[in-house]
Design a protein around this ligand. Sequence first.
Ligand SMILES: [Fe+2]
Length: 434
Amino acid sequence: MGCQYFEPTDNGANSFTVAMPKLTFGRGSLAEVGERANAIGFKKVVLFTDPILESGPIVEIVRKSLTQQNIQFSIFSAIRIEPDDDCVMQAAAMLKDADPDGVISVGGGSVIDTAKGALLVAQHGGHIRDYFAAPIGNSKPVPGPVLPHIACATTSGTGSECTSITVIRLNDLDTKFVVASPHLLATQAIVDPQCCDTLPGNVVASTGFDLLCHALECYTAKAYTRHLEIKDPNARQLIQGANPFSDLSAQKALEIAGKYLVRGVADNTDKEARDNLMWGATLAGIAFGNSGTHLPHAMSYGITHLMKDITTDGYQVSSPFIPHGISVIISAPSIFKHTAEATPDRHLEGANFLNADTKGATKDEAGEVLHKRLVELMRDTHIPNGLSGVGFDHSHVNALAESSFRQQRAIANAPRDSNLVDLENMYSGALKYW
Ligand SMILES: [Fe+2]
């Protein structure tokens, strides 16, 4: 496609692929999981969830639905927020023992990502680390399909139910890394907004900024035509850069975030806002599943790697802990100010989708306009005031940059090239916003 952002380049890709699971969205749709599993041919499944959900009403809906269809299930729930490689290996061993027809995951990104990693290891062997890119892992390609998987999202942020990636923390490096392969896409995704009805406002704020950043990073990602062409179509990843399809989903997700994020955080009885945020998260998941994120996600990994003595209310996790969405958004205003120089039109459009006042703004002001709107949304939803709000100061900037600089795949998907000093400057600009 030769138009504007997607002009052909020498040696660049000239096609893009769109893939996503069969998606069912709507209030009450989780109760259909048994019938959907039955239609796939599941007789025996492993149900992945977390310890809190396991004893709650959401998993009860799933148990009942599976029982009604005479589908046997065993449960794996030893999953904490930000799952690690030990957890994935333990889940893979359980999967091998159980020998199911498929997997059903019910939870946020941590649960769904654990299921994807366990399915990979149970089917194709080795250690999950083998599948991470070198030098962290062995760059082992995912050789083929895994068992069918129905992913049911219970938060309005992750998008993992619609993506081909899994994010796992490596214990010995204490840092998260990504495995990406079209084979990791779930077979079906069920997104039922009633799962979010009881989420506290600060959890919706974190997941809401995760969805916002997924969408904004997709919309501003390097165009697929600027990524090197991979001749073998079967070797291509869905993390392929911005493309006309991911633009569509990302734009709508940004409009939803601009309109409903503050409302959904402020009032958990505002069903219109909460349902729209769930739809926005789904759209943003579909978008980044087909394009990839860039610097805000890459630079969030340094933050969760080096965080100390910090906890966040509303999460039953031991210290240190910063929710994923917060770790992503706190550097984002500073990062987009840096990347706007490369593609100011895209950044201005992104700000416009988020309801910023862009009237009369010039290209030179694109980064400033987007920065201002993001900070406004952060303040209105009580997000920590930049890195200083989660325990970092100027003395941590170098270490943060060095840690995140290892996320080369995501860094390379940004519209502007960045070296280590650029990362340091972006972190410095993110220390305090107001
Ligand atoms: Fe994310």
